[in-house]
Write a protein that binds this ligand. Structure first.
Ligand code: FUB
Length: 307
C-alpha cells in the first residue's frame, strides 16, 4: 500500500493525511463507507479490510472513523468499535452506519452472531461521533432467525438508518430482500413489525436520503454490483426504480455507497478495488465523487474519477 502522507500527532492517537484524489485513503484498505455531518465536520465511517494478499474472502474485525472539514485534509481517529465489542457476536465487522439523535450517536453495524447462525445487526451508542462506542442493547437488534424470506444466512446485513423531518427513524437493511422497520425513539428497538421493500434486482447496501420532498433509496443491484436507485413520495413507498448511478467500481464486486450533502454539494461515497497489485473485492478503498441532480429530482449517472 502506498501511504499518501501520514503524521502522528503526539499522544492523541489521531493521524492526519491529505487526500490527493481517489481512492481518498491509501495507507490502509477501507470499505462500506457511511457518512455523518455533525457541527460542520464530516465523519466517515468505514469497515477495515485486512485480508492478506491471496485470501479471497472478507477479513474485517473493526470499523474505522475519519473526519474532515474540506474532504482533502483528513484525521484518522483510533478505531472506536470492533465486531467483538458486541459480546454476543463472533466477528465480521461488515457494513454499518452512524446517525445522531438527541445528542447521542448510534452505530448500526453488521456482525456474525455467535449463537444464532448467520449475520445480525447490533447497535452501539456514544456521546461523541468518534466514540468510544458501547453496545446499546447487549443483544442483537435483528437476527437471522427473525427474517425467514431467504435461504441465505447473510440476508440481515447492511443497516442504514434514516431520520425523517418529524424525528421518526427508520432502519432499512438486507441482502436479496430489502427490509425496513420503524425505530422507537430510544433508537435501540424496532417499533412494530418489519416489512419488505419491493425493489427490482436488490442485492444489498440500501441507503436512504431525502431531498425536496422526494425519498431516495439507493442500493447495490446484481453481482458484480452496480449502484441503482428508486424514488418515492413516501418512506413507505411505492418506490419507483429510476436507473443506474454507477457501474461496477474498478476491480471490486461490491461498491457500497453513501450519499453526503456538504457545503452546498452532494457527494457519492463508495469503495472500489483499485489499489494494485492486491486490491480487488477483499482489499477495497473508499472513493468520493460528486453527485448531480436533474431538475426533475432524478440523479445523473456518477462520473467516477478513478476510471
Ligand atoms: O464488507 C462486507 C460486505 O461487502 C458488505 O456488508 C456489503 O455491502 C459488501 O460491501
Amino acid at each position: 500500500l502506498c501511504t499518501v502522507f501520514v503524521s502522528a500527532q503526539e499522544g492523541s492517537g489521531v493521524h492526519q493525511f491529505v487526500s490527493k484524489g481517489n481512492p481518498i485513503i491509501t495507507h490502509k484498505y477501507t470499505a462500506d463507507p457511511a457518512t455523518l455531518v455533525h457541527a460542520g465536520t464530516v465523519y466517515l465511517y468505514a469497515g477495515h479490510d485486512i485480508a492478506p494478499p491471496g485470501k479471497e474472502h472478507y477479513q474485517m474485525d473493526e470499523w474505522l472513523v475519519f473526519s474532515t472539514t474540506d474532504l482533502v485534509n483528513w484525521r484518522e481517529h483510533p478505531s472506536p468499535l470492533k465486531a467483538t465489542d458486541f459480546r454476543w457476536a463472533k466477528g465480521d465487522a461488515w457494513a454499518s452506519q452512524v446517525v445522531e439523535k438527541n445528542g447521542k450517536f448510534y452505530w448500526y453495524a453488521t456482525v456474525e452472531h455467535g449463537a444464532i447462525h448467520g449475520k445480525a445487526i447490533g447497535v452501539a451508542v456514544s456521546d461523541s461521533p468518534v466514540g468510544p462506542f458501547v453496545d446499546a442493547r447487549g443483544t442483537a437488534l435483528v437476527t437471522n432467525d427473525m427474517t425467514k424470506d431467504t435461504e441465505i444466512s447473510w440476508d440481515d446485513i447492511d443497516p442504514t438508518v434514516f431520520i425523517d423531518d418529524n424525528g421518526q427513524a427508520y432502519i432499512f437493511w438486507g441482502n436479496t430482500v430489502c427490509y425496513y422497520a420503524k425505530l422507537k425513539d430510544n433508537m435501540t428497538e424496532l417499533d412494530g413489525p418489519f416489512k419488505r421493500v419491493e425493489l427490482p434486482q436488490f442485492t444489498e447496501a440500501p441507503w436512504v436520503h431525502k431531498r425536496d420532498g422526494w425519498y431516495y433509496l439507493s442500493y447495490a443491484s446484481e453481482f458484480p454490483e452496480k449502484t441503482v436507485y428508486a424514488m418515492s413520495r413516501s418512506i413507505d413507498g411505492p418506490w419507483v426504480y429510476k436507473g443506474i448511478l454507477n457501474e461496477v467500481a474498478g476491480n471490486s464486486n461490491t461498491n457500497h455507497q453513501a450519499i453526503l450533502d456538504y457545503k452546498g454539494k452532494t457527494y457519492f461515497v463508495y469503495h472500489n478495488g483499485s489499489i494494485n497489485p492486491h486490491g480487488g473485492s477483499y482489499r477495497r478503498s473508499v472513493c468520493i465523487d460528486e453527485l448531480y441532480y436533474n431538475s426533475d429530482g432524478t440523479i445523473k449517472r456518477i462520473v467516477m474519477t478513478t476510471e
